[in-house]
Design a protein around this ligand. Structure first.
Ligand SMILES: C[S@@+](CC[C@H](N)C(=O)[O-])C[C@H]1O[C@@H](n2cnc3c(N)ncnc32)[C@H](O)[C@@H]1O
Length: 273
């Protein structure tokens, strides 16, 4: 049976106490279906087509099952670009844009060899190469499924200066070959209580032993693969600055600097070989 816009607003209101953003997200979803702004604002009786009704029913069942909006829409925004996402890869986070901006501010020349370890949807590598078309990036992931999503995004944006490779972090790179290593690796401990709110995203993108094993693995490989003076940048959890800095120091890095995110929390750390 075809339903009206009004029907779905009533349904959302009945769930409002359980789902904080359900009304906002319903409006966004209706807009993405091409429903006119006035109809949405008036929560009109407007009858939806059979196809739209089916999409709205699917939206509600997915939403109520806790599936993140970006996965429902298969769309995420990062650095002003639209990325395809599904449950094979992590949803890009706004704070990750800071490491893209840091890389762009380096004003690297077109011959720089740049490696992203753990690319997921490809959002970091692709955004850097879209913002600076001279750069080329090699980006790895261990997950073949994440790389399938990254390939979709590469084609979506014609970002053919990004090359993806299935590899255990930087294992595929050779000694003294890289100018820059970028990584937003998994940094949650396997027993972290917050994981229950993230159970639709791939665990390989979230969890690492002790919450820090991934930093150690990447830093150990990077000290070998970077050229002397080459740089590394890590995104990390806001309470991990000291731990990540110590890992970098123990692996032989110098000039270690931590920077804060929009909320004033320690969010990324960079260093030199
Ligand atoms: C936190 S996600 C980051 C994804 C993306 N770069 C972003 O910022 O949205 C970490 C990524 O590391 C990948 N990963 C986990 N272990 C890995 C390993 N040993 N080697 C390469 N990639 C790995 C995961 O599959 C995941 O895509």
């Amino acid at each position: 049976m075809n339903q009206s816009v009004k029907y779905y607003f009533a349904l959302a209101r009945s769930k409002e106490s359980q789902y904080q953003n359900i009304l906002r997200d319903l409006k966004y979803f209706l807009k993405s279906l091409g429903v006119n702004d006035t109809i949405i604002t008036l929560e009109d009786e407007y009858d939806l087509s059979a196809e739209e009704t089916l999409k709205l029913d699917t939206f509600f069942s997915s939403y109520l099952a806790g599936i993140p909006l970006d996965y429902i829409l298969n769309k995420s925004e990062f650095m002003g670009y639209k990325f395809y996402v599904d449950s094979r890869a992590l949803i890009p986070r706004p704070e990750t844009e800071l490491i893209v901006e840091w890389v762009l501010d380096l004003s690297l020349n077109k011959n720089a060899t740049i490696f992203e370890a753990g690319t997921g949807s490809g959002c970091i590598a692709i955004s850097i190469c879209l913002k600076n078309k001279d750069l080329k990036i090699l980006a790895s992931d261990l997950s073949g499924q994440a790389l399938e999503v990254a390939q979709i995004n590469r084609e979506l944006h014609n970002a053919f200066n990004v090359t993806f490779i299935q590899s255990n972090w930087l294992a595929c790179s050779i000694e003294n070959s890289l100018d820059l290593v970028i990584s937003n690796p998994p940094y949650i401990k396997p027993n972290d209580p917050h994981l229950k709110d993230l159970n639709h995203e791939p665990f390989i993108a979230l969890i690492t032993e002790n919450g820090s094993q991934s930093f150690f693995q990447i830093a150990s490989q990077a000290i070998y693969s970077l050229k002397p003076g080459g740089k590394i940048i890590f995104e990390h959890g806001h309470s991990q600055a000291a731990e990540v800095s110590n890992i970098l120091k123990d692996c032989g890095f110098k000039n270690i600097v931590t920077c804060k995110d929009f909320q004033g929390l320690d969010r990324y750390t960079h260093a030199n070989k």
